[in-house]
Design a protein around this ligand. Structure first.
Ligand SMILES: NC(=O)c1ccc[n+]([C@@H]2O[C@H](COP(=O)([O-])OP(=O)(O)OC[C@H]3O[C@@H](n4cnc5c(N)ncnc54)[C@H](O)[C@@H]3O)[C@@H](O)[C@H]2O)c1
Length: 386
């Protein structure tokens, strides 16, 4: 390990956002920064002093800033990791790129396709890398499957469907600065935070990414969609989207935060290709190895995905920042497909339907709809809309 440290070019890292999900990046830097030859250049988080990690960061010599511009006034960083509320991604990424940092920005890339395009323009002007944190793109098992899809081993993609049902309590929507489930912030910046743009965004993005050319993903060209909400939010907590992709494949996406605790369904998918059916998890099951069953009866095991953790994203982006000739598996172009899908969902249904009050229960701070899990599983299994 020591030899590895010596041979690695040291990198300075700016963390933009340090609480919530960003706490994972803080931990990674504090626990494994040295072995990765990473130095914490600064932490930008206006609420840093309220964070559980504050004392430890301070004790380890971290310097804190209220805005990215305050940091760049007198400092520089090889890499900026942005894990802030969605409305800040575009302005912060643009600023970090303009100041010469490579950027790893958490998903979704931004609230609107226009914001993602601004980020792409800033990247191109800077010559730096802009990576988005959809972790399935960095996952070894998923990358092995992607290589086979790109090589044509599975044939043409035909129909992909994905489901994830994660109950989320009222406290989830009230966390942080109260941006969750909102369309715009107080300054008028778009957020459009919803079940499909945030917690379950990975599983929608994965379908678009997997069947697109290279790592740039495929666009949705048309869809039937229904969004609904049980929670008191501006967007939606439940979605069934039946879409057609630019290459003719179909994609069904089923997700909700409004199921009860016993309605939880971990991510599962069935991806049908011309020559094979690929499965991950199943109804009532936790995620498993990604398995392809080919029409000739043979089975290929792509291995177990490691969906948690930030290490694989950080490692890949650091390697690219060090000049290693590695591809970036989640470029902003891939995330742009997801942002465009979200824009199309808003265009098709600007306001979510509201579950009738009589259908909704509130238990232990969780707003949920009895029977919704079964209905959504039926949509997924029978390729039905809500
Ligand atoms: N990849 C994943 O699996 C995953 C999981 C969860 C969240 N996320 C993403 O991480 C991002 C943050 O989500 P969250 O749930 O952690 O949010 P959060 O509100 O819980 O935490 C956001 C953090 O950013 C800080 N912050 C707020 N305004 C800021 C600003 N202007 N500048 C710098 N820091 C600021 C807050 O103080 C807080 O520490 C979102 O884009 C979300 O989609 C990704």
């Amino acid at each position: 390990m020591k030899g590895a440290v010596i041979s690695m070019k040291p990198l300075s890292v700016l963390l933009v956002g340090a609480g919530g999900y960003a706490a994972n990046y803080v931990r990674e830097m504090l626990d494994h920064g040295e072995e990765r030859a990473l130095r914490l250049a600064g932490v930008v988080d206006p609420y840093a002093a309220t964070l559980p990690s504050y004392a430890e960061l301070k004790q380890r010599g971290a310097r804190f800033f209220g805005t990215v511009n305050q940091f760049y006034d007198l400092n520089s960083a090889d890499l900026a990791v942005i894990a802030t509320p969605i409305q800040y991604h575009a302005p912060q990424a643009v600023a970090c790129l303009a100041h010469g940092s490579h950027v790893l920005c958490e998903k979704p890339a931004a609230a609107t396709p226009e914001d993602v395009e601004r980020m792409i323009a800033a990247r191109d002007a800077s010559g730096r890398a802009l990576a988005i944190g959809f972790q399935w793109c960095y996952d070894e098992a998923m990358l092995r499957l992607k290589a086979d899809v790109d090589a044509g081993a599975l044939g043409r993609p035909v129909a992909l469907r994905s489901i994830v049902l994660w109950p989320r309590a009222i406290s989830y929507y009230k966390r942080g600065m109260g941006w969750a489930g909102r369309k715009y912030d107080a300054a008028g910046a778009p957020i459009f935070d919803s079940v499909a743009s945030n917690a379950t965004a990975h599983y929608l993005e994965n379908m678009l990414w997997l069947v697109g050319a290279g790592y740039n993903g495929a666009d949705i060209t048309g869809m039937t969609v229904r969004t609904m909400r049980a929670n008191d939010i501006e967007t939606f907590d439940t979605i069934v989207m039946d879409a057609v992709l630019e290459n003719g494949a179909k994609a069904l996406f089923v997700a909700s935060h409004a199921v009860g605790e016993d309605g939880r369904q971990e991510p599962a998918f069935v991806y049908e290709f011309e020559n094979a059916t690929v499965r991950f998890g199943g109804i009532g099951e936790n995620g498993s190895n990604i398995l392809a069953r080919f029409r000739d009866g043979s089975v290929k095991d792509y291995g177990l995905t490691n969906l948690g953790g930030v290490a694989s994203k950080l490692d890949r982006v650091c390697a690219i920042a060090r000049g290693e000739p590695l591809p970036l598996p989640c470029p902003a172009e891939a995330a742009l497909r997801h942002a465009r899908a979200m824009a199309m969902i808003r265009e098709k249904q600007p306001e979510a339907d509201v579950f009738p009050e009589s259908a909704v229960r509130v238990d232990d701070g969780l707003v949920w709809v009895p029977g919704l899990r079964d209905r959504l599983v039926k949509c997924y299994e029978n390729w039905e809309t809500l």
